[in-house]
Ligand binder design. Sequence first.
Ligand code: KG4
Ligand code: ZN
Length: 344
Amino acid sequence: QPAGPVLAIESSCDETACAILSPDGTCLAQRVVSQDGHADFGGVVPEIAARAHLALLPGLVQATLQDAGMDATDLAFIAASTGPGLIGGLIVGTSFAKGLALALNIPFVAVNHVEAHALTARLPGIVPGGAPFPYLLLLVSGGHCQCIAVEGVGRYRKLGGTIDDAAGEAFDKVAKMIGLGWPGGPAVEKLARQGNPDAIALPRPLLHRPGCDFSFSGLKTAIAQKLAPFGSSALPHQFAADLAASFQQAVADVVADRINHALDMMPQAHLLVAAGGVAANTTLRARLEAVAQQRGLRFAAPPLKLCTDNAVMVGWAALETWRENAERGLPPLNNTTLRPRPRW
Ligand code: KG4
Ligand code: ZN
């Protein structure tokens, strides 16, 4: 274990986040700022995000240290997401973390953002009974949509992923087409509660196909066709609600099928973990839980604030990597020469 707490920074998309974890993974303080200024554009604008990270980070780090009742000189090392993600934000967060580490003369540890999502389930107290390796991770957010076999620290196999849009992206685009705000996922879910999920026939892309890849663009096109007859006139409320419910059902059907295939590809898994913003969707969660139950597996989804982008997961991934490294008798981590990688 490191000799003191870790300070972690997350800046790969539009959340600016900082957390401090004790060597055993206990969260001592954490702050997340979900940037505003993107909603007017209907999506994250990379340039705005990068500038906002730059403006927010110094104050956020100071405030998080204060929350933890700590001075920067108490830290053992600093970690940051260095990819994948939007390059501007990654450069800001990585440079900030490296600079701080250099000034304090402590190591800097680079963290893969997807790895951080993958290891979140292993944070103490998150999954009842713990999350021993191996387990299957379904990562579904605005930027990611993949099935990952999590076999150990640093040992991941991507079993399948989206061949076009991410699941969250599909929710966001459909929300926009129906005339709902951004982010679209929560708005679609809310509207769907008033609709009939069997009312409108929609395709189930890749259903029953081999493997566990995803595709959502055909679904999006089908919805555009259902909307075409209305032109620019307002949608009848019930039709919009039925469409939202039918779309959500189609996504849940496809994801349940894909996860069944992924579990066939990973018979050694005893646990199914869902993470990412879309994992907040109650219909989807219920379906995943049912799949797990049918197969005699445990199901877990970390609480929402750890499912979406945060710095606690970054600190935890760094601690796991640190420990793994020490167990293998390797020299202490210090990735100062590592550069941010938008595609990692
Ligand atoms: O993990 P996340 O906060 O950010 C990244 O993508 O990095 O995920 C955000 C995505 C958005 O596309 C949002 O529309 C979707 O998750 N989302 C949902 C729900 N809540 C958030 N999608 C479906 N149902 C929800 N309840
Ligand atoms: Zn993420």
